[in-house]
Design a protein around this ligand. Structure first.
Ligand code: 7TS
Length: 418
């Protein structure tokens, strides 16, 4: 059994990255005969034992469908599911629990807004604004919507450091802009966008703003009311929670005015062949049996994450990122892609000696897990005139030892290809 840090909701423990590693069983294994060094948390984070236990417990004890049966198991499962929703509400500081819609993940949350809000309110001549650094999940749903409605997709360019500047944004947000869809944090580059400023500019021009928070929630504090965003999307699996569960936060006023995204059970109040009355928020957007254990697991992930002082977690990651940036810059032949100030978590890089795919394969044989490829952000690659990068990305459990292991593995790449 792995030793697990005690969780106390009342007094956050002082954060210690090294000690936290004990809570993540997946870290304690060897790959290719080497201790695992996990540097791919932007793709998915590892799960602490508390989350694994919560999910197991749902299936072992409270295995029932929710919102329907009077029997005790169903009541317990329903209560735990709705408690998880309240945890999400508090985590992003939504005003109301009815503003928290469970989805499969960020991707489904964005598609929900595109197909429900977008199809109801967009017309030919309207514009949807995105930036050059978006993940495909925050591009393709808007392209589909534009094809369906005749609206136009407008792109705010980024700089060669991977920043989105206020001036470039301001030039492109006009009275035709109906919706602005922005990454809070770029997955390929780690850039944190100046979202508060951009939201206020968009609102001045009358546009609705969706933030793609997939890469943000585990690395920056999110307060949807302080940001004043209209929609906020994120995935449980990048926040130390299970996959297949995510969240769409939406302002009540907007959600109320949106038609359902999917039809089915749970999203209705009454059905006849003549007329269906939809359920209240948020159930109107939750057709069918949801990922019950996933939502409860996400609640456990939030409990786990918030058992620490999150400012300390962010500071720890920032220190490891600084260390990693300097260490990689010192490796001859390494070029960092994405050098915006104030980045979080991700370090994309190239090596003169080897293609990213080869880098990934060699470092994997040394036990180091990184991601290589276009990171579902092909326009970012196009900006830099490249097809792919190697990307190391951090979670709360990474330490400078992991970076030393990465640098050691990169030196092996150089020996083999240099
Ligand atoms: N938006 C951003 C900014 C992302 O980083 C991702 C996933 C998504 C949306 C989609 O999230 P999903 O949970 O719905 O799939 N990003 C990555 C990545 O960087 N490597 O693997 C997945």
């Amino acid at each position: 059994m792995t030793e697990v840090s005690p969780i106390s909701a009342s007094s956050p423990a002082t954060f210690d990255g090294e000690r936290t590693r004990k809570d993540f069983p997946a870290l304690h294994q060897e790959v290719h005969g080497k201790p695992l060094v996990y540097l791919d948390s932007a793709a998915t984070s590892l799960k602490p034992q508390a989350v694994i236990d919560a999910v197991t417990d749902v299936y072992a004890r409270d295995c029932a469908n929710i919102h329907r049966a009077v029997h005790l198991l169903s009541q317990r499962a329903t209560a735990r599911f709705e408690e998880a929703r309240e945890k999400v509400r508090a985590f992003v500081n939504a005003a109301k629990v009815s503003e928290v819609v469970f989805t499969r993940g960020t991707t489904e949350a964005i598609n929900l807004v595109a197909q429900s809000w977008g199809r109801a309110y967009l017309r030919e001549g309207d514009e949807v604004l995105v930036t050059e650094l978006e993940h495909h999940s925050n591009i393709v749903p808007w392209q589909i919507l534009c094809q369906q409605t005749g609206a136009k997709l407008v792109v705010v360019p980024m700089t060669d450091r991977g920043e989105v500047l206020r001036e470039a944004f301001e030039e492109r947000v006009t009275e035709r802009t109906r919706l602005v869809a922005l990454a809070h944090v770029s997955n390929a580059l780690g850039t944190v966008l100046p979202v508060a400023e951009l939201i206020s500019l968009a609102h001045e021009r009358g546009a609705v703003v969706l933030l793609d928070g997939a890469q943000a929630v585990s690395h920056v504090d999110v307060d949807v009311q302080a940001l004043d965003c209209d929609f906020y999307a994120f995935s449980g699996h990048k926040l130390y929670g299970p996959s297949g569960i995510g969240v769409l936060y939406g302002k009540e006023r907007l959600l109320e005015g949106m038609p359902p995204y999917q039809g089915g059970g749970d999203m209705i109040r009454s059905v006849t062949f003549e007329e269906t009355i939809y359920n209240e928020l948020p159930y109107k957007f939750e057709a069918g049996t949801p990922n019950i254990a996933g939502a409860i697991g996400l609640g456990a992930a939030i409990d786990y994450f918030e058992s620490f002082d999150t400012q300390e977690v962010h500071a720890h990651e920032a220190a490891v990122l600084r260390y990693a940036t300097e260490a990689l810059e010192a490796v001859p032949g390494v070029r960092l892609i994405g050098t915006a100030p104030g980045k979080v978590s991700a370090l994309s890089f190239l090596m003169d000696a080897a293609h990213p795919h080869d880098i990934g394969t060699i470092v994997d044989s040394e036990g180091v897990a990184i991601r290589t490829g276009h990171h579902c952000a092909q326009p970012v690659m196009e900006h830099f005139g490249i097809a792919a990068t190697a990307r190391a990305s951090l979670g709360m459990y990474n330490t400078t030892d992991d970076i030393d292991a990465l640098v050691g593995a990169l030196r092996k790449v150089q020996e083999l290809f240099g």
